[in-house]
Design a protein around this ligand. Structure first.
Ligand SMILES: Nc1ncnc2c1ncn2[C@@H]1O[C@H](COP(=O)(O)OP(=O)(O)OP(=O)(O)O)[C@@H](O)[C@H]1O
Ligand SMILES: [Mg+2]
Length: 500
């Protein structure tokens, strides 16, 4: 049975498989290699892909786009015209179901086992949400793989290149930088970092703001006031942005209130408008290089991945930083799915006790620090890191803490994610009160054990130091995720759903 890799993108998704000596992209039912990650609910029936994208500007209220940005966010939901609520995991599941159905059609057999990609910078809640989406779609998620890692695999194998790669991945919604050491079929991640809310979408937003202002300057209406106006403005600005990749200037045309407004924009203007976004990526590149302990002479290859790296300012910036041209010969839209297919081949073979066609060894790192909240010497609550970011996964670490009074009967346990000691900059994944047995002395030892599994998903357990007795659930139910019961219900509800 075919095991496929799925690049579940913010704007576009793709699937690939290993059938021969190298991975190949599977075309969708429209015969295209990329499927827009867009869902439209037309009279309650979900429509996914290129037709849905076409309807987005016409039926903005029935359309869900960019759902990846909402994955793992507490309370996020889309409500359709009949008042039915869909969680981001369910919307993503619809996209995944459509991708798997198209792949099944191409392969002539049902696809169930998949590997799904996630941005390297995705945190625990977002990774768990992605896995849940796969389960809701009726798939068996063999594993997750970080998108830049997958791209590095595809490039390394294709070009038979070893050495240190820097992957700069700027997609539709997210930004990742990863530095990896490649030795034949071994892919060893040295450091990673990124911004999960930085992508082509944000460049579009800034252009939209500029064009909307110019339309008002021309005596036109505030086009963003209506959902339809906003959707039309978004579509036009996104296309204009693409034109500015190949042309020094273009005209954005937007229809509103029966008139068509024309706003000329030059590439230089667009680059100035969005300079701060590009600068954010530069800072991240510097940080990741520092964490990996490398400078530019140690980097053998620079790979640009993601559709947004087509903007000329990206390669210009990378060239300025490194003094070199980035590598060409990687398809920025397909590399992630191709690498995911290779990893899927390896995991699928391992699960079935078989030998992979293209066996690879991947060792990734965590992108977020894990810890707990504890009092420091001055009795101030701060984030105490147990597993630092950029630790090799899987990883398990523990740290001891001590009670603050004799006979203490409970401790507040918080599982935190974030690199800062300052609590304002960390996310609390789980907050719970753990009961202690009676009669403990002062400063009784509490051992906190934390682990990241191979998919970057978090596990934690708390023990009493003196007896080794477990105080807390092994798998902490996450506050930002659906939970096994809801996933099961949604999976059942979606079982017989046909997606157009
Ligand atoms: N020629 C181009 N010039 C500028 N931008 C482009 C061009 N082609 C595509 N893009 C932009 O690339 C983005 C899509 O890239 P891609 O398909 O790699 O992202 P994604 O995989 O959907 O998102 P992510 O990886 O962030 O989840 C869109 O924002 C699109 O506007
Ligand atoms: Mg992508």
């Amino acid at each position: 049975m075919g095991v496929i890799g799925i690049d579940l993108g913010t704007t576009y998704s793709a699937t690939a498989i290993v059938r021969g000596p190298s991975p190949e992209i599977l075309e969708n039912r429209e015969g295209e290699r990329l499927t827009p990650s867009v869902v439209v609910f037309e009279n309650g029936t979900p429509l996914v892909g290129v037709e849905a994208k076409r309807l987005a500007a016409v039926l903005p209220d029935d359309c869900v786009e960019f759902v990846k940005r909402k994955m793992g966010e507490p309370g996020a939901a889309y409500v359709d015209a009949d008042g039915k609520e869909y969680r981001p995991e369910e919307v993503s599941a619809l996209v995944l179901k459509r991708l798997a159905a198209d792949a099944s059609m191409q392969l002539g057999e049902e696809v169930r086992d998949v590997v799904v990609t996630v941005p390297a910078y995705f945190d625990d809640a977002r990774r768990t949400a992605t896995k849940d989406a796969g389960e809701i779609a009726g798939l068996n998620v063999l594993g997750l793989i970080n998108e830049p890692t997958a791209a590095g695999i595809a490039y390394g194998l294709n070009k038979q290149q070893s050495g240190v790669f820097l992957v700069y991945d700027l997609g539709g919604g997210t930004f990742d930088v990863t530095i990896m050491r490649v030795t034949g079929t071994e892919f060893d991640i040295m450091a990673t970092g990124g911004d999960r809310n930085l992508g082509g979408f944000d460049f579009d937003n800034l252009l939209m703001g500029h064009v909307a202002t110019r339309i008002r300057d021309q005596g036109g209406p505030e086009v963003r006031e209506s959902d339809k106006g906003e959707a039309e403005l978004r579509a036009q600005c996104e296309q204009a942005k693409r034109r500015l990749t190949s042309m020094p200037q273009t005209i954005v045309r937007v229809s509103a209130e029966g008139a068509t407004f024309q706003v000329p924009v030059t590439r230089a203007e667009f680059e100035e408008l969005t300079a701060s976004l590009l600068a954010r990526t530069e800072v991240t590149v510097d940080e990741v290089m520092e964490n990996a302990g490398v400078d530019w002479d140690k980097i053998d290859r620079i790979l640009l991945v993601g559709g947004s790296t087509r903007m000329p300012m990206v390669s210009a910036m990378v060239q300025r930083m490194s003094g070199r041209m980035p590598d060409i010969g990687i398809n920025p839209d397909e590399a992630v799915a191709l690498g995911a297919a290779v990893y899927a081949d390896t995991l699928g073979a391992a699960a079935g006790g078989a030998i992979a066609r293209i066996p690879v060894a991947v060792s990734d790192v965590t992108s977020q620090s894990l810890g707990t909240i504890a009092l420091n010497e001055r009795n101030i609550a701060q984030n105490s890191i147990i597993i630092p970011a950029n630790s090799k996964i899987p990883v398990k670490r523990e740290k001891s803490y001590y009670t603050v009074q004799p006979g203490q009967r409970a401790v507040d346990f918080e599982l935190t994610e974030g690199d800062d000691e300052d609590l304002r900059y960390v996310t609390v994944l789980k907050s719970t009160e753990l009961l202690l047995p009676p009669g403990l002395p002062d400063e009784a030892e509490i051992r906190v054990v934390m682990a990241y599994d191979i998919d970057g998903v978090v596990h934690a357990e708390v023990f009493l130091g003196a007896t080794g007795q477990s105080l807390g659930a092994v798998e902490l139910q996450r506050d930002n995720n659906l939970g096994a019961h809801a996933v099961e219900q949604m999976r059942n509800a979606m079982r017989d759903l046909e997606i157009l």
